[in-house]
Ligand binder design. Structure first.
Ligand code: SF4
Length: 421
């Protein structure tokens, strides 16, 4: 039996077109920093980029650049170059893309990242981030500061948590000293609060956008969120992206108020867990033909970092450093499996999700760890069907389109049968 296909195509928000300008400005700001001899820093995703903006350092995120390489179809070449240098086939493809881009001195338009004044990493998401920057900091001979973030598991008691928090907070104070020493820039409390407030506002609008995705039909597809994510991790602390997100929100709200969905015919609501395949983003439109729309991605939501109810706006403005240390301890990717399963079940209910796509990312351990347990518990404990997809976010060699399409079609058939139950 085949599944019904339509000419359905998700409508992108007009406001999302502004994303190109915002990202263009980010790259121009980097160029300008080099012209003005202003300090620059590489930062891993999940690291508190706000501190760079607070101390007038221009951030550059190699992961963001790696996605550019993939979208421009350069990543495979860069990855292969890294492998020729001895890096393993199984290693993170963002890391290898960056190695290849640096080796070839690639231009920013191809995903290249210039030599920074220093590097900032954290293991909040993965150890690869730290090792990656160690390797590249040595290559460039620049200083590297890393923040060690303990993982809070379900049995962590308050005493332990407070200990963790102070441990992270101390490192944030040391980070300020480190930046001051390397750049000569001082930490200014007023600027610190201004950047923190901008970051808060950016996150809040993103969360509001996500709230709108609860509507049936859903007003926003991944055409808006996969790209829309980037300002959250490259520009938290700046005003421009807040305006863009507000425009996205306004347009989506009008859709909701008028019962308009991103898809003309919405049959299935899905969640996509994991990093998208940046070299094959078009593949996601395949789902639209079945009337399936992704209404929630933990990955794009996770970077809206102000999700800890203990961290209020007042608390943030009162003591940004204390609040940032607490936020680092509440990042989605450090949740243990038990907490993740519960969170998934709640999300499925709230966003009225019919099925979950789990990307078992062949080069990313943190994103793939526990997926089979997650799948099992979602079905057994909450009657939520899911499909595990094997691919890679940046390495097209690990993407089998035909196999994936067969899997997706079978999954849609399952969802169809469940609807008829
Ligand atoms: S893709 Fe995965 S392994 Fe690579 S840097 Fe990101 S979290 Fe770490």
């Amino acid at each position: 039996m085949g599944v019904k296909k339509t000419e359905n195509k998700a409508k992108m928000l007009n406001a999302t077109q502004g994303l190109k300008n915002i990202m263009g400005r980010h790259f121009l700001a980097i160029e300008q920093a080099y012209r003005d001899a202003k300090p620059t820093a590489w930062a891993t995703s999940g690291s508190p980029v706000e501190f760079l903006y607070m101390m007038d350092v221009q951030p550059m995120l190699p992961e963001n650049s790696a996605t550019v390489s993939a979208a421009q179809k350069y990543s495979q070449r860069f990855i292969e170059l890294a492998e020729e240098e001895g890096f393993s086939y199984d290693l993170c493809s963002y890391f290898k893309t960056n190695v290849g881009a640096v080796l070839t001195n690639a231009d920013m338009s191809k995903g290249g990242t210039r030599k920074p004044t220093f590097m900032l990493s954290t293991d909040v998401i993965c150890d690869t981030h730290v090792n990656w920057f160690q390797v590249q900091a040595e290559r460039f001979n620049v200083p590297h500061y890393t923040i060690d973030v303990p993982h809070v598991v379900s049995n962590t008691n308050q005493r332990q948590y407070d200990y963790f928090k102070n441990y992270v907070k101390e490192q944030l104070y040391e980070l300020i000293d480190f930046i001051q020493e390397v750049t000569g820039h001082e930490y200014d409390e007023e600027k610190g609060r201004e950047v923190a407030l901008n970051s808060w506002n950016l996150s809040m609008v993103w969360q509001d956008i996500y709230e709108l995705r609860k509507a049936v039909p859903c007003p926003i597809s991944t055409r808006d969120t996969f790209g829309g994510l980037f300002p959250l991790f490259t520009m938290p602390g700046l005003k421009e992206p807040i305006k863009l997100y507000k425009r996205m929100y306004k347009e989506a709200k009008t859709r909701v108020d008028n019962g308009i969905g991103a898809l003309d015919e919405e049959n299935y609501r899905l969640m996509f867990e994991g990093i998208p395949f940046w070299y094959a983003l078009k593949y996601f439109s395949t789902l639209e033909k079945y009337g399936a729309i992704i209404v929630y991605e933990p990955y794009t939501y996770a970077f809206s970092k102000f999700m800890n109810p203990n961290v209020t706006k007042e608390k943030l403005l009162n003591d940004p450093i204390d609040a940032m240390s607490e936020l680092l301890l509440s990042f989605w990717y450090i949740y243990d499996l038990k907490t993740r399963i519960k969170k998934f079940a709640e999300t499925v209910k709230e966003w009225k999700i019919d099925g979950v796509l789990l990307h078992e990312n062949l080069s990313c351990r943190p994103n793939s760890c526990g997926l089979y347990d997650l799948k099992k518990h979602l079905l057994e404990d909450y009657d939520i069907p899911s499909l595990i997809i094997n691919a890679d976010m940046n390495d097209p060699r690990k993407f089998n389109e035909e196999q994936l399409t067969n899997q997706i079609e079978s999954f849609i058939e399952i969802l169809e049968k469940r609807k008829k139950r």
